[in-house]
Ligand binder design. Structure first.
Ligand code: SF4
Ligand code: SF4
Length: 688
């Protein structure tokens, strides 16, 4: 076409892109290097499934399918663009099909596939134009940038078709013996007849216009990427590859806390350059699709927290101060303030809270992971929010007052309930439950948890679980006064010091009794004992009672024969469901009960709405919003028409007690799955 012009275009655009990419690379590395390279096989598997396979996209049907069409279209058309760049260096209109020689079955097949994907990309862009211009989806960011990019993609595709049509006509006029198969280039073949009578000059104009428009837009698009949300085109695959592989939601361990204090290191995240490379890659990768915020229970109930905006606010701050941050990290003097006036701290010294993120945003999070479950590019939130809370609690001493009471209780009496350890076995009165100290011959340790020990309603769950184990002949024992809070709430609230202290004390007791297997009915205890105590030398097989009871039913050790005539809806606890993928066993346990009819709420399983207790919310007042989250979830459950709300978490139950009582909802009861099962195993005169 024009080697000189093509060379100039390529050198200029690739040169500018290389500078932009280098700057973004340097910015990503302002913090500690932490991109993980362990377990490459699993990483590749997840990348193939979620990044290449787009596995999370169809969670939103139309938008997901639209994105899949564009994504795969880009993959197929990448080769096409390379071929076009090569044609810039030759007058041969068929040049480039050296890979799949023109006219060969493979060459024709690629041409056909390419046209199919051009059509799909056009359809995909039309879906997104619809969502942005007509439907105006609330979850999406409606910026000119997004429309510009859609416009570029759309015109790029049309230009390619125009070029193909003109090229088909050009080849027929100028290449002797050329054979054209309309089926192999269907889109171009639609355009070619329109140029049949065109002069050579006019034909050349359309051919060049299509060619240079397509090639030019590819290069412009490439250079817009690093400065837009479409940077995810480049960063999404690595972001999925570098995702944490451990159990979902397991918080990063703060190692050597005392050493950190001695070295005067910040305990938690105060400044943006204290986040590692992966966190910054997360910020680069946000597509602003808003799926996270769409399912964030805090946002849904009118709180300030929007996970998408948390990411974009941090990202915008990062980009605004790129030069200063990268200079500072390379050891050069920052050179300027944050732009607000002389004497301001440089951006790498600015406190993120409250300058970029308001504290009430952080304290509204229930750590439910709904955002992380939805995010198609695996951006994490809970670790970032807890990282910022760690700073607020451990360094700044700025946190909701009510948390102080819970912290004090955990410190002094081993429970946020602030009640004496000697009362821990009150729930078991009359049940003849052995203590570990008296009964070394135990099969499992029954970890009761603070709710089971001290909350009057949750004590009933402890009794039902113990009774079922007794009926099934399980040899179990409890720690009683030797049990302390697992520290889950302290850790999620940001008090890592307290969490680690408690964890170490519990582990010492557990290891002292050589505990191998633990059963608990609290998903928070379950998650912490199963996944977070390992970092401190506590390695146990931990089973939630949802799984444990179902096993006993399956083994025939528990026989649910009594009818429970009730319509029941089951609420998924976040720490059981999204954290540990335990969705089926509670439902199967309930379904094993004769007479019981199970109905699902509108938001259920991995899209189930949080009850509002997690992330230490149980121990503080809810942030200001339109409606209490516990009310909103209770209402969703009541709307099923069920007369019984079933749960498998004492804290969810506590929240629904508020939701029912404070909203004067009558004729709806709530029970733990163990209580309902016990009614069937030991039939009572009344129904559930
Ligand atoms: S963890 Fe839950 S509450 Fe927190 S930001 Fe994510 S969706 Fe919102
Ligand atoms: S964090 Fe993920 S889900 Fe949320 S807007 Fe960004 S890409 Fe979408």
């Amino acid at each position: 076409m024009s080697p000189l012009f093509m060379t100039l275009a390529l050198v200029a655009s690739l040169g500018v892109f290389a500078c932009s990419a280098r700057n973004r690379w340097r910015l990503m590395r302002v913090g500690p290097a932490d991109l993980p390279l362990d377990n490459i096989g699993e990483r590749v598997k997840r990348t193939l499934r979620f990044a290449i396979g787009q596995a999370r996209m169809p969670r939103y049907k139309a938008a997901g399918i639209g994105h899949i069409m564009i994504f795969f279209g880009f993959l197929v058309l990448l080769l096409r663009s390379l071929i076009l760049f090569a044609r810039g260096y030759t007058a041969n209109p068929e040049f480039g099909y050296w890979i799949f020689a023109a006219g060969t079955p493979l060459g024709n097949l690629y041409s056909l596939v390419k046209d199919v994907f051009i059509a799909l990309v056009i359809a995909g862009t039309l879906i997104f134009f619809y969502y942005r211009l007509v439907n105006k989806l609330k979850r999406m960011s409606h910026s000119g940038e997004a429309l510009l990019i859609l416009g570029i993609i759309f015109v790029m595709m049309i230009a390619d078709v125009v070029y193909d049509g003109a090229n088909i006509e050009y080849i027929q006029r100028n290449v002797e013996g050329a054979v054209h198969h309309a089926w192999a280039e269907p889109l171009g073949s639609l355009i070619a007849p329109a140029l049949d009578g065109a002069s050579d000059g006019a034909l050349g104009f359309w051919r060049h216009l299509g060619f240079w428009t397509h090639a030019g837009l590819v290069l412009i698009f490439l250079n817009i990427l690093p400065y837009s949300k479409h940077f995810h085109v480049i960063t999404a695959i690595p972001n999925v590859f570098f995702q944490p592989l451990g159990p979902p939601g397991r918080l990063p361990n703060m190692e050597d806390l005392e050493g950190m204090v001695e070295r005067e290191e910040t305990l938690g995240v105060k400044r943006i350059d204290q986040w590692g490379n992966k966190a910054i890659l997360d910020l680069y990768t946000c597509t602003e699709c808003g799926r996270c915020t769409d399912f964030c229970p805090a946002n849904k109930t009118g709180k300030l927290l929007s996970p998408k905006h948390l990411t974009t606010d941090l990202r915008d701050f990062l980009y605004r101060h790129q030069a200063v941050l990268t200079n500072a990290s390379s050891g050069a003097a920052p050179g300027e303030g944050d732009g607000d006036g002389e004497g301001d701290p440089a951006p790498h010294q600015v406190d993120l809270i409250p300058n970029v993120i308001k504290p009430e945003v952080l304290w509204a999070c229930t750590t439910c992971r709904a955002c992380e479950q939805e995010c198609p590019v695996f951006i994490s939130y809970v670790d970032k929010i807890v990282g910022l809370r760690r700073y607020l609690v451990q360094e700044a001493g700025e946190f909701p007052d009510q948390l102080q009471t819970a912290f004090r209780g955990m410190e002094t009496s081993g429970t946020p309930y602030n009640l004496p350890a000697d009362d821990r076995m009150n729930w078991a009165e009359g049940l003849d439950v052995p203590l570990m100290s008296d009964s070394p011959e135990f099969e499992v340790l029954f970890w009761v948890g603070c709710a089971g020990a001290f909350d009057d309603r949750a004590k009933e769950i402890a009794r039902a679980t113990a009774r079922l184990m007794q009926i099934a002949g399980v040899k179990f024992a409890c720690l009683g006064p030797e049990e302390q809070c697992t520290g889950d709430a302290a850790r999620r609230a940001g008090n890592e010091f307290l969490f680690q202290t408690i964890a170490q004390m519990n582990i010492e007791v557990l290891n002292g009794y050589n505990v191998k297997r633990i059963v608990t009915f609290c998903p928070h205890c379950y998650n912490t004992l199963a996944h977070e105590y390992r970092d401190f030398g506590g390695d146990y097989e931990v089973v939630h009672h949802a799984d444990f009871l179902l096993d006993l039913v399956r083994q025939g050790r528990l026989r649910p024969t009594g009818r429970v005539e009730a319509t029941v809806t089951y609420h998924d606890s976040c720490y059981l469901g999204r954290y540990n993928e335990i969705y089926d066993s509670p439902r199967q346990t309930l379904s094993s009960i004769p007479g019981l009819q199970l109905v699902e709420p509108a938001e259920t399983r991995d899209r189930g709405m949080c009850c509002s207790a997690g992330g230490a919310q149980m121990w503080k007042e809810e942030e200001q919003g339109d409606i209490k989250l516990s009310f909103a979830r209770t209402n969703q459950l009541v709307e099923t028409g069920a007369k019984v709300i079933a749960s498998a978490c004492p804290f969810c139950m506590r929240m629904f007690t508020d939701g029912l009582n404070l909203q004067d909802i009558e004729n709806v009861e709530q029970f733990d799955i163990a209580e309902i099962l016990l009614r069937s195993v030991e039939p009572q005169p009344q129904t559930a």
